[in-house]
Design a binder for this molecule. Structure first.
Ligand SMILES: [Zn+2]
Length: 560
């Protein structure tokens, strides 16, 4: 134990805990002391209690684990936050239950311009496909739309389709579809963002999706009242993170507007979580537009609010065959997907971003996308020289034996999501596992293989695609089962899974010397859990709940 200047006592001490520091040199302790936003001591209860002054706040962990605050390495704060106010349809099954949920929500929101539901199962009506007629029978006179958990499909009623101007269909880019009925009108099912964007815009939440949709800024600039409403949405999202034990967020969409809103909240009352917001580079942009990424990085560079990253999408998702594969899809033998950039374009982009000293994070789900992105990182290293760049590949749902060692060779971070493998949490096995095809199963969602090959593996939820709860992710990583007996075991130990949500998250943002562990001198970002997580059976991990979240030495969430 070391004590750095306790002065007239610590600001806060946590006692009676099973402190899991994630620091190999000092793995376990009973108590932690905090002052001026930093950890000043870790050790036995008696060694910490001497630091208690007259004004010291004392938190009794009651024997629960005390761990570093979770670092959420891939999420979408603004849109996730907006969705918290929508109708939540997870677990709703059958027409009658759907009817009751929608009508109750509509009655409680008489002034909403557009009623939006989230997380409705694809099989909510069993084998019957949802159409606008089902939704009209529930709600004929007000516009309503609801989204599948994966956010790639929505279903709208006639009123919503009419108001959005898409009842008669519309030409859309590849991969997007307004499903048409036999009557020549939209059937209600809307596939991918271009199809459901016009409906969602009617909800008055267009600004919330800008960072994801275009990476651009609101135009016209929002009024003072709109800004205030948007800050409230952000506040809701930040509070949701704090209640799940999260103290740092690496956001995966963004624009200057999001940074401004967060800076305004920071000035008003302080932020409950540290947030990194990237510049989102889209394939219709030109390389000179990276100037904005550099501006964002210069303007926001504090421990609480930062940028310094460029987010890119290289491909889509397996479920709509838009992920880019090396070999054709198992259930579509003539198709390998279509990249959002050519390999040449991506190389030029990676070289240009890397030259600015910025970090790159690229959504790459198929093995073809993963390979092209690694090629881009390799080209950047050759062009600009090798540096500690920590570029990232997001998702890596499928990869190949020849690309596995390249992560460690190039110093590239594998950013993966334990809730995403089919069968792990909310996503069903089919059609995804048949689409991947058995030959590719051994290197699908291959956390263990990548880690064993020396890669830094960082975990996250991709909220709101999956529930934000890091403990659910830890459980999914620990309980991960192969799809076939002959496939390698990709599961993580409890300690490895916690590290992927703490230590590795800190590494991903070049902050491993300041956070991700409980250590004297580190930021006072920690979470007290309801039980001893190391003594909890893997199947019961989800019952372990954050009780107190502390960020920068301040309590940001306290369970009642
Ligand atoms: Zn994402």
């Amino acid at each position: 134990m070391s004590v750095t200047d306790a002065g007239d006592g610590a600001d806060l001490i946590v006692i009676n805990g099973r402190v899991l520091t994630m620091d190999g040199d000092n793995p376990a302790a009973e108590a932690v002391a905090v002052k001026d936003g930093a950890i000043i001591a870790i050790g036995s209860r008696t060694s910490i209690e001497v630091l208690k002054g007259p004004d010291t706040e004392v938190i009794d962990a009651h024997g629960g684990s005390v761990i570093p605050g979770f670092i959420e390495a891939h999420m979408h704060l603004f849109s996730g936050a907006a969705e918290l106010a929508h109708l939540q349809l997870a677990g709703v099954h059958g027409f009658e239950a759907l009817k009751k949920a929608i009508r109750d929500y509509a009655a409680a929101h008489p002034d909403a311009r557009m009623l939006v539901g989230q997380s409705v199962d694809y099989t909510v009506l069993d084998d019957e496909r949802v159409t606008r007629h089902h939704l009209d029978a529930i709600l004929p006179d007000r516009p309503f739309v609801m989204a599948a958990p994966d956010h790639h499909t929505m279903w709208a009623n006639t009123k919503a389709l009419e108001l959005a101007g898409i009842l008669k269909g519309r030409m859309l880019g590849p991969g997007n579809e307004i499903v048409m009925g036999d009557d020549g009108l939209a059937a209600g099912e809307l596939r991918e963002g271009e199809a459901f964007g016009p409906v969602l815009d009617l909800a008055g939440e267009g600004r919330v999706r800008l960072g994801l949709a275009t990476g651009g800024e609101p135009d016209p600039m929002p009024s003072a009242a709109e800004r205030a409403a948007d800050r409230d949405i952000m506040r809701r999202g930040l509070a949701w993170c704090a209640r799940h034990g999260i103290t740092s967020i690496q956001n995966m969409d963004g624009n200057l507007y999001q940074l401004e809103l967060l800076a305004e909240i920071e000035a008003e009352e302080g932020l409950p979580c540290r947030v990194q917001i990237p510049f989102h580079y889209k394939n219709f942009m030109t390389l000179d537009m990276l100037d904005k990424a550099s501006v964002m990085a210069e303007r926001y560079d504090s421990e609480w609010l930062s940028s310094g990253m460029v987010k890119v999408f290289y491909d889509g998702v397996l479920d709509s065959w838009t992920a880019v594969m090396v070999e054709p899809y198992a259930d579509r033998p003539d198709w390998v997907g279509e990249p959002l950039f050519t390999p040449r374009q991506f190389i030029d982009l990676a070289v240009a971003i890397d030259r600015r000293g910025l970090q790159i994070a690229v959504h790459s789900i198929g093995d073809g996308a993963v390979r092209a992105v690694l090629d881009g990182y390799e080209a950047a290293q050759k062009a600009n020289g090798k540096r500690d760049s920590r570029h990232r590949v997001e998702h890596i749902e499928v990869t190949t034996p020849s690309d596995v060692p390249r992560f460690a060779e190039l110093g590239v971070i594998a950013s993966m999501q334990p809730p995403h493998p089919p069968g792990a949490m909310d996503f069903p096995l089919e059609p995804t596992v048949s689409r991947i095809g058995q030959a590719r199963w051994p290197l699908s969602y291959a956390w263990r293989t990548l880690k064993d090959a020396g890669a830094h593996v960082v975990f996250a939820s991709d909220w709101p695609v999956s529930p934000i709860d890091p403990i659910l992710g830890i459980q999914a990583a620990v309980l991960r089962k192969p799809w076939a007996e002959s496939d390698p075991d990709q599961s993580f130990s409890l300690h490895e899974a916690i590290a992927a949500y703490t230590v590795e998250g800190a590494y991903a943002e070049f902050a491993e010397h300041r956070k991700g562990m409980l250590k004297s001198g580190y930021m006072a970002d920690l979470v007290v859990l309801s039980a001893d997580i190391e003594k909890t059976a893997p199947a019961d991990l989800h019952k372990v709940r954050p009780v107190t979240t502390i960020c920068g030495g301040k309590v940001t969430y306290q369970a009642r």
